[in-house]
Design a protein around this ligand. Structure first.
Ligand code: LRH
Ligand code: MN
Ligand code: MN
Length: 387
């Protein structure tokens, strides 16, 4: 693709931000508080709007319920619109309540399953109030010990619970089901992989799709293969982008393995799935434990944008010709030429054409916003991962 065509495609790209990236977070060892961190969902949206303001491609914010519970979601939605952003996916949370120690939608006790199903119905109400189109489901359900529960019965309960939630959706609402191979369960997880998620989605119907979180695979997994396969089936609903070195590290996307991010985006571009109407929602799912949060999100958005630009610059005609000819090194070379292109000048140019500062990191740093929130948000409790 030519640089001009790449710029046109980049103009349409959007990336969704997670509300929880703006609250305090940490490891199980320590949460380091930061000055100016939001105290409520309204302030989280205000911070997310800063990321959009300087990058121009982050117009939606995902909410996590009950972390982002407010009295009036229509009012929160209006607040978002006033800030120039909108509410994106609604994430359910059935992993932080004592009742869910042995699971939620797969729990052996029907009363706990009922509670978890009803929570999802409450999330559907939040979607109606906010105009959100997608319910995002990730379950911590699983087993620590062989024999603890029946693996097979849990799948049956899962199918039944999901079917009731799916039936509660309006016709224009979708469900996306995220998989993760481990944590917090260590022996067997109930939605461990894309195959399990896909099977449940296919049983539910056309408005159920798979969420791929880049941190949720075993080391060495070929994630772009999964991307290609799900796109072939029209079943890739959303990405949770982040980076990992070891486990589900939730570090900034493109920090650990920018080449993997490029390979993923190459599959996306090849399948024509970059456009906003492709049905694939590109989201970040990250925590900024030691770095400042708003710049952390800006950097992440830029990392995705740079990798996307590289993927768009792949000479697809030359690549196809080399592939047809069986020219292994030629084909690989075409891909590496694009990967090794410095796309930062092209993106700086694009931003200037859009009336944005060419360097979003520098523009935010000199804006005074970080100092302002640190001075203003001094009373009340800061939001943390979980509130
Ligand atoms: C689980 C997960 C899921 C949750 C988020 C906070 O590891 O990736 O997407 O909603 O973390
Ligand atoms: Mn995730
Ligand atoms: Mn995760």
């Amino acid at each position: 693709m030519t640089p001009d065509a790449a710029k046109a495609a980049l103009r349409d790209q959007t990336i969704e931000l997670p509300s929880w990236a703006f609250g305090n977070s940490g490891t199980r060892f320590k949460v380091f508080g930061q000055p100016g961190v939001p105290r409520d969902p309204y302030e989280k949206l205000a911070d997310a709007a800063q990321v959009h303001r300087y990058t121009g491609i982050a117009p939606r914010v995902s909410l996590h319920i009950p972390w982002d519970l407010v009295d009036d979601f229509s009012d929160l939605s209006r607040h978002a619109a006033d800030l120039g952003v909108s509410i994106g996916m609604i994430n359910s949370n059935v992993f932080q309540d004592d009742d869910y120690m042995l699971g939620s939608l797969c729990h052996p006790d029907a009363a706990v399953r009922r509670k978890a199903i009803d929570h999802h119905k409450q999330c559907v109400d939040v979607m109606r109030a906010t105009g959100s189109a997608d319910l995002k489901v990730w379950l911590a359900d699983g087993l620590n010990y062989p024999g603890q529960d029946s693996i097979r019965a849990r799948q049956d309960r899962l199918a039944e619970s999901l079917a009731e939630i799916y039936a509660a959706l309006d016709d224009d609402q979708r469900m996306v089901l995220e998989y993760k191979f481990f944590e917090p369960a260590f022996y067997s997880t109930d939605v461990p992989d894309w195959g399990t998620s896909l099977l449940h989605c296919m049983a539910l119907g056309e408005r159920a799709n798979v969420v791929l979180d880049t941190g949720h695979h075993a080391p060495g997994t070929n994630i772009e293969f999964i991307v290609a396969q799900l796109l072939r089936q029209g079943r890739l609903g959303a990405f949770d982008f982040n980076s990992r070195f070891y486990a589900d590290d939730d570090l900034m996307v493109g920090a650990a393995d920018p080449f993997q991010l490029f390979r993923i985006l190459h599959e996306i571009v090849q399948a024509g799935a970059l456009a906003p109407d492709s049905g694939v929602n590109f989201m970040l799912d990250q925590c900024h434990n030691i770095e400042p949060k708003i710049p952390g999100q800006i950097r992440s958005v830029m990392n995705v944008q740079e990798a996307t630009a590289k993927a768009l610059l792949v000479d697809s005609d030359a690549l196809a010709a080399a592939q047809r000819a069986g020219d292994v090194l030629g084909a690989h070379g075409v891909l590496m030429d694009a990967y090794n292109t410095d796309t930062r000048p092209l993106l700086a140019e694009l931003r200037e054409e859009q009336g944005l500062a060419p360097d979003p990191m520098a523009a935010y740093a000199t804006s005074g916003y970080a100092e302002k929130i640190a001075a203003e948000r001094t009373s009340g409790a800061q939001a943390g991962w979980g509130a």
